[in-house]
Every structure is written in structure tokens, then in C-alpha cells.
Design a protein around this ligand. Structure first.
Ligand code: SF4
Length: 374
């Protein structure tokens, strides 16, 4: 059995659906809050054996928009877990779906990290995205969050959105810096099939994203945030020293985690599980006191090895060959000699002391590197 455990809880409800979103989230289904949370609590109870005797190092309440539901529901979920003050407890919040008193209540129930879905500080871009908030609301919510005593705050940003300009993306980064937000996740837009944005682009109502601009924005994120000591530590994540997200680092280091709620995934006993993505099936299954797992895969040694390599390469610290040897009793350099030589020659990988890591070019073509180790 591995050390500490991580917990993910999925809350799939939102105030409205954003134009680019293909997450398993619903707007206009507030009437499902009560049965959904009842099922969530039943599901957690069904994992009593897995939870017993394990220290929880992080809990991440994600969505959807967890801040959209009544805080009492969040309290009831957190009350199912035993965790201490050292546990990193994050909740995702969206501007326009949170108020000052909510931050106070969150702190009282042990939440110590807020992750805001900001996406942009430009009102025009927010409108193209179909977000419910505007710049003023976002800034106000962040200031309220800080005033309530939170200092561990993340802001998600999207770049490469159609009609987004370099200037307004830079301005968003500048607002982040001026508000002294210590953690930023910058995601390159990908247009997902079936979303409103996808339909608009196909109909010619919105332009296709400009790939060159997208890469220039990524470069800007790295350089601009670095000037404020918000340093890149993963392909899409940046933090001031000490503010790196422990929960996500745990995913990349293959710590064990249990996911609860629709579409939630788990890694436990070297088995990957996933829950149904159908909310009605989720509730019906839990009403019968059965786990809503629809897929489970016991990982082979090859799959574990492959996951380990790919996930470590996501981190700027890269893959440490001494750690690798300890974990698998294998010499990384000898085992992958030809692949490593080739990836270094074409400029996608580099090595410093004991670690191999993606170069800046390697981050643009990360999938090309990953595929080599699948
Ligand atoms: S708030 Fe987040 S989860 Fe909800 S619709 Fe928008 S992008 Fe999707």
C-alpha cells in the first residue's frame, strides 16, 4: 500500500454552459442537487475500506462549478473525510457564482485553497467564451477571497481563443500579477466537437484559432509570469515557490487517489477506475448501494512504466534517473538509449545532472515525446 491518499470530488453543476466547454457539467439542473449529493455521500461510504487508515494529503472539489451549490452540500461532503490542517483542500469557484460570506464559510470547513475559473480579464473575450462573469466581478471576487484570509489562490486562464489578441492576453497576465495571485494555470484552447464554439467555427461565425499566435501566447505566459517569480513547474502550471498544487503534482507522480461523483477517475492498487458519466445512472446505481464504476483496468508493469515516464515528463523537474532506478530497478538511460538520443538530437528532450526533461520545443510537441514511451 502506498503512502498518503488524494481525493477528488466532482460537482457537475454550473450556472450556464460556456461556449467552449465539453466537461461533464450541466446548467439548469439545480433540482438534481439533493439526489446527487445524497448519492455522493453514499458513494464515499462505500469506500470505507479503501479510506480506512490512510492519511489524506489533498482534497480537490472540482467541476462544474462547486461554488454554485449551497455551501451546506460542500460541508456534508467534506464531513465524510478525516483530514488535518496540513491537508491541501481546494475548491473550484467561478466569479459570479460566489460571494464574500462563502469564502468565510469555506475557511471554517477547512478549505484552504481557491481555484478560480477566470479564463480572461477582457470583457470582450469573456463574452465570446460565454462566461457568466465580467472583469469587474472577477477582480472583486478575488479581492473578497483575499480579504477573507485565503492566500493560496489559483487562476485558470485560456489562451488561443478566437478573436483573443496578444495585447488582451498580456493584460490578463498583468492583472494576475498585480493581484498577486500565486498560482496560474494557462490552458491552450482546444475546440471540442459538439460545443457551441465548434458549431460557430464550422459555420464561419468565429475564426479558427491562430496556431502561431497560440504558441506566442504560451511563450508570453512563461516569460511574463517568470518576471513575477511565478515559475513554470508543469506544461500548463505556474506558481510562486511553495504554492505548487500538491494535488496535481500527486497525479503526475502517480500517487493513489480516489475520485467521487460522475465521470470521476481513481488510481488505487495500480488499477484505474472510472465512474459513469450519466448522472441518472450514477444516482440509480448508488440507490442500490453499488459503486458506479463502469470501467476498471488493472495496469500491467509496462503500462505503469509508461505512465510514470509520460507523467514525469510533464513536470519541469523531469524524470530523475535515480528515482526511476529505485522504482523499477531499471537503468533508464540504457533501456531507452536510442529513443533518448533521438529526442535530444531533434531538440525535444534535454538532460541536466540526473534528470531528463522536455525542452521548450518539447513542450510544444509533448505528444510526440509521449508516444515514444507508450
Ligand atoms: S463554468 Fe467551467 S465547467 Fe461550467 S460550463 Fe463553464 S467551463 Fe464548463
Amino acid at each position: 500500500m502506498k503512502g498518503d491518499l488524494r481525493i477528488y470530488v466532482h460537482i457537475p453543476f454550473c450556472k450556464s454552459k460556456c461556449n467552449y466547454c465539453d466537461f461533464n457539467s450541466f446548467a439548469g439542473m439545480d433540482y438534481m442537487f439533493k439526489p446527487y449529493f445524497k448519492s455522493l455521500i453514499t458513494e464515499i461510504a462505500l469506500y470505507a475500506n479503501e479510506l480506512r487508515g490512510r492519511r489524506i494529503d489533498s482534497i480537490f472539489i472540482g467541476g462544474g462549478t462547486p461554488s454554485y451549490v449551497d455551501v451546506q452540500y460542500i460541508y456534508e461532503v467534506l464531513d465524510c473525510f478525516k483530514f488535518d490542517q496540513a491537508c491541501e483542500v481546494t475548491i473550484e469557484a467561478n466569479p459570479g457564482a460566489i460571494a464574500y460570506h462563502n469564502f468565510i464559510q469555506y475557511r471554517q470547513m477547512g478549505i484552504n485553497r481557491i481555484s478560480f475559473g477566470i479564463q480572461s480579464f477582457c470583457d470582450r473575450v469573456l463574452m465570446y467564451m460565454g462566461r457568466v462573469h465580467n472583469r469587474a466581478t472577477a477582480i472583486n471576487n478575488i479581492l473578497e477571497c483575499k480579504a477573507s484570509g485565503f492566500n493560496n489562490i489559483n487562476a485558470d486562464l485560456i489562451f488561443g481563443y478566437p478573436k483573443q489578441t496578444m495585447e488582451n492576453y498580456e493584460e490578463s497576465l498583468n492583472v494576475i500579477k498585480s493581484l498577486e495571485i500565486p498560482h496560474v494555470s494557462c490552458y491552450s484552447l482546444s475546440i471540442e466537437e459538439g460545443t457551441l464554439l465548434d458549431k460557430m467555427v464550422k459555420k464561419g461565425l468565429m475564426p479558427y484559432p491562430d496556431e502561431t499566435l497560440d504558441r506566442a501566447m504560451y511563450d508570453l505566459s512563461i516569460k511574463s509570469l517568470q518576471k513575477a517569480n511565478i515559475n513554470q513547474y508543469e506544461i500548463s502550471n505556474f506558481a510562486k515557490p511553495g504554492y505548487e498544487c500538491r494535488h496535481n503534482i500527486g497525479y503526475w507522480k502517480r500517487d493513489e487517489y480516489l475520485g467521487f461523483g460522475i465521470s470521476a477517475h481513481s488510481l488505487f492498487n495500480e488499477t484505474r477506475y472510472s465512474n459513469t458519466d450519466d448522472i441518472h445512472q450514477y444516482i440509480a446505481t448508488l440507490n442500490k448501494y453499488e459503486k458506479p464504476v463502469v470501467d476498471s483496468n488493472v495496469l500491467t508493469q509496462e503500462e505503469i512504466l509508461s505512465e510514470y515516464i509520460i507523467l514525469r515528463f510533464r513536470l519541469n523537474s523531469g524524470l530523475d534517473i535515480i528515482d526511476f532506478k529505485k522504482e523499477f530497478d531499471l537503468d533508464f538511460e540504457k533501456t531507452y538509449k536510442d529513443k533518448l538520443t533521438n529526442l535530444i538530437t531533434i531538440g525535444l528532450l534535454d538532460k541536466s545532472s540526473n534528470a531528463y526533461y522536455l525542452t521548450r520545443l518539447g513542450m510544444d510537441f509533448a505528444n510526440k515525446v509521449f508516444v515514444e514511451f507508450m
